[in-house]
Design a protein around this ligand. Structure first.
Ligand code: 4NP
Length: 159
């Protein structure tokens, strides 16, 4: 299994959106049986909550499922359990350093690192910007490029 964990601060806006969009792509490509896809937050404020209304509205508009998704906080054992940990911004990357992942085999990168000439280096936080459309645009591009990277690296036979 290829295990991918998306990370943001609250796990209600950006990383649940990325989780849903990435799962949608993986299903379209016919390789969902080869993936474990999850998301988590660095903060604990929203544990157990569904995605933010703005994230749900955007995913509903696009018929992208977020069924069953609930916020959880990143745990130290996630470093061992996942192959790819994908952060939304540099603050997440700085916060992730507390888990000393460098000694493990996990790849820890920002979503925008997978995009050629990205419009942004960081996925803006719509909890503060209120602009879920722009965040989605970046998340979609990032997830498509992340999937291309992983499918190439793991030689996946895709649709
Ligand atoms: P997210 O957005 O990291 O994209 O889920 C946030 C949601 C909530 C908070 C911060 C960011 N908060 O401070 O409660």
């Amino acid at each position: 299994m290829i295990k991918v964990l998306f990370i943001c601060l609250g796990n209600i806006c950006r990383s649940p959106m990325a989780e849903a969009v990435f799962r949608h792509i993986v299903k379209e490509k016919g390789v969902e049986d080869q993936f474990v896809i999850d998301s988590a937050g660095l903060g604990d404020w929203h544990i157990g909550n569904p995605p933010h209304q703005g994230t749900r509205a955007k995913l509903d508009e696009l018929n992208i499922s977020y069924h069953g998704q609930k916020a959880r906080q990143m745990q130290a054992n996630d470093i061992e359990d996942f192959d790819y940990i994908i952060a939304m911004d540099q603050q997440n990357m700085d916060d992730l350093s507390q888990f000393s992942y460098q000694a493990s085999g996990v790849t820890v990168k920002k979503l925008m690192d997978f995009v050629d000439q990205p419009k942004e280096q960081n996925v803006p936080d719509p909890y503060f910007t209120k602009n879920f459309d722009y965040t989605y645009e970046l998340v979609k591009e990032g997830c498509e490029q992340l999937f291309a990277y992983i499918s190439n690296k793991h030689n996946l036979d895709i649709n």
